[in-house]
Design a protein around this ligand. Structure first.
Ligand code: NAD
Length: 692
């Protein structure tokens, strides 16, 4: 074996040259790897003893993708297209031998090889779209030539990797070889190719899969329509579709040129920068500054959930889905039966959609033990309380748990707002207590705020983060404060939304502006969905807010067919003339002179105070990093990922602009807009949240 460079080795096995890329951890396409490929191939081509070349990777994976850390920097050394040209134009058959993942640029390298073999567990795909990009090294031109434009568009627009078996069925992979015997299998394939004098197959020359779609623009009109809704607000997907259409309509050289140009354009776009920020933020969020990665965690074998209401049921499902047994406790048989019924129905709905078998439904329900006494939680390693949002009730439960739970058990509360330290103080073991704040619906939403109490032990926090990962959540560490990170910032937006509809906007104006910004829905549509009567009582109501008045008129949201909006039988919302009148009358009774409010003001009034609150949260150390706040909002509230989250978005706007607007609002409307010290400081220093 001889070294080609620090990332590649070449050896000769009989008459087959084996070019091994070895660049841990994932053989990403760094400058050195690109050089190693080009030089290795050229060397093997020049060696008369070699009749075919196997391109294989050491370690756990084939070339997993681009080296994202090089994105946005000037190209150094050999470009990816140069390395690919060396392979594609090689006079000897080059066989890609794939294990692990061949994604993005890695897959595009495999696509210029003349043949591809893979082990069944390998995954291939073009995930660039998830970073706000399109494939930039021929993926959009070669994949359609192999599998047709429809299937290629699906793969490129979803960015979801596909299995080697699927790739074999499509003809993307020529042969599956036995798991763990990739090298032998690839060598055998190469020898067979030499023996049969097999042709050098260049994907670029294939026309059979794209020809039938040529001159049929309706195919792409249809694809655009089918993908528009789920890609609302995103830019890259239409460019990807255009590129696939180019693969059908244009000679490949032209298609490659256009693809590269679109890729380069997107690379410097704000959306792609934002999505790359999120990619790194999702990896960073798991790290807790003062807790070592190797901190011993506590074994979690059985979970207890207290309360089988909206949240308790969803929380329990997360653990059942991960195969962990759960004991769920309620106060009365009726509530328990209802809670279990909802869980069962959720699973049955999933099964009806074909995403779960009946046997799986039963096995998950089989892991669930119902109980009416907290004493049933004595053998649980983690207990999560999800009862009413009432400090008295929670303290009583934790005091009882202190007597029941086994030593070392992790005791968590799902409270949305309450003080975890006060809850912890009702036990003799505050070190074991923390918040685990799930978002509704708890079996669906990815965010989990892990709330660190003043006395929470480090292994307890490490355990919570680990279990979050195990159940497929994104765990974000937050500190104790009213509403933690997410709801604390949400309160700012809610307050302004309520003020705006009295000052001159209508609920549907506010909702439209926030929806157009990219949020899944505005605050009033959200209230209607959740129910306006959360926390409202018929006995105590006093017509003192719009919400109270609506509840009094039995407009309690979608469930009653009316709230801020009117709803038809299909639950389509329509602005309500009645609500408009209620708002106008209410404003008049308060002596408010309504005025025209611009969309720009709505946006700034709702979102800048959130950013400002985020800055306060950072100042107080209630979040570790600005990017954690972005993760909270993207995963807990559907903040549009292509803006990078509220803090990254504000950085992009320019914090000076945010500060100036806040000061303007403060002068006009007072305290609610008082800029945080951190915001002032960052602007004075010409820095952003990203520089903290
Ligand atoms: P819920 O009213 O739907 O459910 C609470 C359940 O707890 C009820 O079924 C009740 O019977 C049961 N319960 C009350 N006291 C109990 C006791 N002593 N022992 C056992 N069970 C008892 O309420 P929810 O919406 O599920 O909220 C529960 C908690 O989760 C609250 O602290 C809330 O703030 C928090 N939370 C709610 C949401 C949400 O969107 N609903 C989101 C995040 C967090």
């Amino acid at each position: 074996m001889t070294a080609v460079n620090a990332a590649a080795d070449l050896s000769l096995e009989g008459d087959v040259a084996v070019l091994t890329i070895d660049s841990p951890p994932v053989n990403a396409l760094s400058e050195r790897v690109r050089e190693g490929i080009r030089d290795g191939i050229l060397r093997a081509q020049a060696d008369p003893a070699a009749k075919a070349i196997v391109l294989i990777c050491a370690g756990r994976t084939f070339i997993a993708g681009a080296d994202i850390s090089e994105f946005g920097k000037p190209l150094k050394g050999v470009s990816l297209p140069e390395a690919q040209a060396a392979i594609e134009n090689c006079s000897k058959p080059v066989i890609a031998a794939i294990h692990g993942t061949a994604l993005g640029g890695g897959f595009e390298v495999a696509l210029v090889c003349h043949y591809r073999v893979a082990v069944p567990s390998a995954k291939l795909g073009l995930p660039e779209i998830k970073l706000g990009l399109i494939p930039g090294a021929g993926g959009t031109q070669r994949l359609p030539r192999l599998i047709g434009p429809e299937a290629a568009a699906e793969a490129i627009l979803s960015g979801t990797p596909f299995s080697a078996k699927q790739a074999k069925a499509w003809g993307v992979v020529d042969e599956l070889v036995e798991e763990g015997k990739l090298r032998e299998g690839a060598l055998a394939f190469a020898r067979a190719a030499i023996a049969s004098g097999a042709a050098l197959v260049k994907v670029r020359d294939r026309d059979d899969k794209v020809a039938p779609a040529r001159g049929k623009p309706e195919i792409f009109v249809g694809l655009r329509k089918a993908h528009a809704k789920k890609n609302r607000g995103f830019e890259a997907w239409t460019r990807a579709l255009d590129a696939v259409r180019d693969a059908v309509e244009l000679p490949i050289e032209e298609g490659l040129k256009r693809e590269r140009a679109a890729f380069m354009e997107l690379l410097v776009s704000q959306q792609s920068k934002a999505q790359r920020h999120v990619f790194f933020a999702e990896r960073q969020v798991w790290k807790i500054a003062d807790i070592a990665d190797d901190t011993a965690t506590l074994p979690i074998r059985r979970v207890g959930v207290i309360g089988a209401g909206t949240m308790g049921g969803g929380i329990a499902m997360n653990f059942l889905n991960a195969g962990l047994p759960v004991t769920i406790v309620e106060t009365a048989q009726g509530a328990l039966d209802r809670g279990l019924g909802v869980i069962h129905k959720n699973y049955e709905n999933t099964a009806r959609k074909g995403r779960m078998t009946d046997a799986e439904v039963e096995s998950r329900m089989g892991l669930l033990t119902p109980a009416l006494d907290l004493a049933a939680l004595g053998d649980c390693d983690l207990i999560i309380e999800a009862v009413f949002e009432d400090m008295g009730v929670k303290k009583e439960i934790f005091a009882k748990l202190d007597k029941i739970a086994k030593p070392g058990a992790v005791l968590a509360s799902n409270t949305s707002y309450l003080d975890i330290d006060e809850i912890a103080a009702s036990t003799s073991r505050p070190g074991s207590v923390l918040g685990m704040h799930f978002f509704s619906p708890a079996n669906v939403m990815r965010l989990l705020e892990v709330v660190r109490g003043a006395k929470t032990d480090k292994p307890v926090l490490a355990t919570a983060m680990k279990i979050a990962k195990q159940i497929g959540k994104i765990g974000a560490l937050v500190g104790v404060c009213h509403g933690f990170v997410g709801n604390r910032m949400l309160s700012e937006r809610q307050r302004e939304a309520q003020k705006l509809i009295l000052e001159g906007a209508m609920p549907w104006d506010v909702d439209r502006v926030l929806y157009d910004f990219g949020l899944p829905m505005g605050p009033f549509a959200m209230s209607d969905l959740a129910g306006l009567d959360i926390g409202w009582s018929k006995e105590r109501t006093s017509s003192s807010t719009i919400r109270e008045i609506l509840c009094e008129q039995d407009r309690r949201g979608q469930k009653t067919g009316a709230g801020f909006y009117d709803y038809d039988a299909q639950r389509n919302a329509k602005p309500s003339a009645l609500v408009e009148k209620i708002i106008l009358d209410f404003a008049a009774s308060k002596g408010i002179n309504r005025r025209a409010i611009s969309d720009q003001e709505i946006l700034e009034r709702c979102l800048y105070p959130m950013v400002n609150e985020g800055a306060k949260i950072l100042e107080e150390g209630k979040a570790q990093r600005a990017s954690d706040i972005d993760i909270v909002w993207i995963n807990g509230y559907g903040w549009p990922v292509y803006t990078g989250g509220p803090m990254f978005w504000a950085d992009g706007l320019g914090l000076d602009k945010v500060l100036a607007a806040m000061k303007g609002f403060e002068a006009e409307m007072g305290e609610d807009f008082k800029p945080s010290a951190l915001l002032e400081k960052l602007v004075a220093e010409g820095r952003g949240f990203k520089d903290l």
